[in-house]
Design a protein around this ligand. Sequence first.
Ligand code: BGC
Length: 884
Amino acid sequence: MLRIDGVTCEYARNPVGIDVAQPRFSWTVMSDKRDVVQSAYQVEVALDVLFSELVWQSGRVESDQSVHVAYGGEPLRSRTRYHLRVRVWADREGVTAWSEPSYFEMGLLDSQEWVARWITATSIDPKPCTLLRRDFTVDHKIESARIYATAHGVYELQLDGERVGDWVLTPGWTSYANQLPYQTYDVTHRLEQGAHTLGVILGDGWYKGPLGWNGQENLYGDARAALVQLHLQYEDGSQAVIASDGQWTASTGPILRSEIYYGETYDARLEKARWSAPGFDDASFAAVYLVDEACTTLVAQESPPMRVIDEIQPLALLHTPAGDRVIDMGQNMVGWVRFRVQGDAGTVITLHHAEVLDHEGNFYTDNLRSARQLVTYTCKGAAEGEVFEPHFTFQGFRYVKVEGYPGELSMAAFTGRVIHSDYEQTGAFSCSDPLVNQLQHNILWGQKGNFVDVPTDCPQRDERLGWTGDAQVFVRTAVFNGRVPTFFSKWLRDLAFDQMPDGGVPHVIPNVLGAEAYGSSAWGDAAVICPWQLYLAYGDRRILESQYESMQAWVRYIHDQGDDEWLWNTGFHFGDWLALDAKEGSYIGATPKDLIATAYYAHSTDLLAKTAAVLARTAEAELYRRWHQEICVRFGEEFVTPRGRIAAYTQTAHVLALMFDLVKDDQRKRTADTLALLIRENGYRLTTGFVGTPYLCRVLSENGHHDVACQLVRQTEYPSWLYSVQKGATTIWEHWDGIKSDGSFWSADMNSFNHYAYGSIGDWLYGVLAGLDTDPEFPGYRRIRIAPKPDAAFSFAKVGHESLYGLIGSGWSREDETGQMTISVEIPVNTVATIVLPGASGLAVWEGDVPLGEAIGIHSVTQQDGDLSLEVGSGHYVFTYLAV
Ligand code: BGC
């Protein structure tokens, strides 16, 4: 049976409040049969769920496109819900039924439609968070009601004393002066005829709270403010709008202080019961001020909102040698703790949050630097007990030191609330080594905890910034594990906004480090690498289109540096950050910075040329291809001896030369052999930092040293990925030796235990060991590449990835005794795959219980050296053979 499984609009199911003029629709098709390709589709968009008021019908389109089909009807109207359905045809299979109707709803499309005014409590905000309220009446029966809201700062919206929605830390963090997202809430079912009240709590957030290690405040403005607009659509056809305006009143409440790094101070005795509900006497509230500010930079929320995604119950209650009571959550997590307490009014409970205990088992917070991660709660003395969780802060922690808790401290009273941007988890990996599986767990948790509206370096100390280098090295792993195109496209727009006039890219996005902090190689290259990786994973051309100017500006920036246009040997660079071949006391590895800079220059120029080609900018594609060749030549002249020795005898130099294709033919073999030698000489240990680590295993595996790559990944002694796993890590560490073998710490100065950069080994686990990859010619997994690379170090490895076409699977296992290899794959409808069966010969392969030659769905079989290469259509296949 052919059927349509899920229809999405701009990557989301039933999005409410979007502002994409021509949204794109995607669907997955399911079939029990093999080798199924869509031959035609039909899309209908209507104003009603019965599809009688059509605004667009594609008609039957002969096409296999099932991803990113753009709306082609009349302009979409503001605040309007559209219903959507799809059906498809496939050869031999006939036509599907119409998909279950889904919908998408437009937000406020024109800035003129904002009648709301920005309102603020005072011109100088006190520390306590602001409360804003307004009573209103619903006069008739409601047909639908929507609130559009945003803030300078962070806000929580309330209606009649209850929270609206479950999003946290709205509106998130952007380059606010350029794009400020607003959120849309459907409150239809909360509004009956009669009296109601809107309430807003405002905190400082990223907008004006301290950010960065210098503790700078007011980076984007010095006043919290809210913008709220409620649209009431009555059943009788009339309408009303309740907006933020001079009728609102303001006060403060129990949240005495709440900041991203600091934590929260809350005095429950100052609660104003039902302050955001009708009937509250707001005589003590003051008038609000109106702020003159246009609404031209408002954009609909595009990226997945932040939510409480998970809850964790504590693992243990510890009594430390220093006498502290410490709760162990069992997982280094990001979010906060919710707790229950029964205490007399005035009882003060404090929670301190830390990632690790020191080698004596004591609570350790030095690595947080100036971030306090402190929650202080003062009880109001409620007889039935009190439940608290903070509002406008988050902590990176595994351990919670509790002080002042009245009575028996019980773990059951504490719950870890895990927050992050609510992207869909799309990747799974496992293999025969439990330690490597724990590594994958740590990679996933590193991603969760650092995808908090912005891809951050770390979630605990006084940074939590959108470091471009970190994002760039991790993006390939990230797009496998999660569906993150809109998470990144919002951030990439900020990157373009914050890019310098000369094209230089700030070290962090949004840029809060000032006008000088930009232009490092391997960091700024995020401008090019991230859009390209998103394109490969999701086949989304629009991301390339909208980033193209920014990508080009970065490459041209490099081109303009120094006096040799093909070499980058000037300016500031982070180099192979945190590499182990650094000089004593330095963070910067031994690989020459100009080698790294020129290698990345080549890589970014290559990707820019490819991007120009995808966008049919033929002349520019040609130009950048020529640039790329010039840079490669100069790299060779400068960094490779005539007989093929890489001038810098470091692992990272060899990794970059191989990865970015800067050495040719027999030079390649020599480079790879030297790299393998460097690693063997070092006792199968790496020395690489941020720049060399991500590609280290990939270039080994792809250049004849897969066994060395496997040994490196399975290495448990310092330095290695599994060293931290053996030390009990539940996330990825910033330093290979965050905790040394004697239990002491690397340093307090810069020692994060939740830094995803080295989690970039995920790309090798999924893409090389388990062997699932995209094809740049048919991006978004339209054509899938499967080429598992078994090794004696593992007996099986498998991946699953929920692509836009549906679930892709690839797994291999080898029986030790018989040497029998089994490779199972899952190929979604409407895609094709190239599958390489390693060590197979055509005559002796079975698929299921038939010889390969008789299997359905196989388009072609080619013997390639010792491997067998197959072209197959959709379906589930199990290949078995004796590997040679
Ligand atoms: C951050 C990094 C970042 C680096 C720049 C650090 O403080 O945590 O991850 O990339 O600075 O070199």
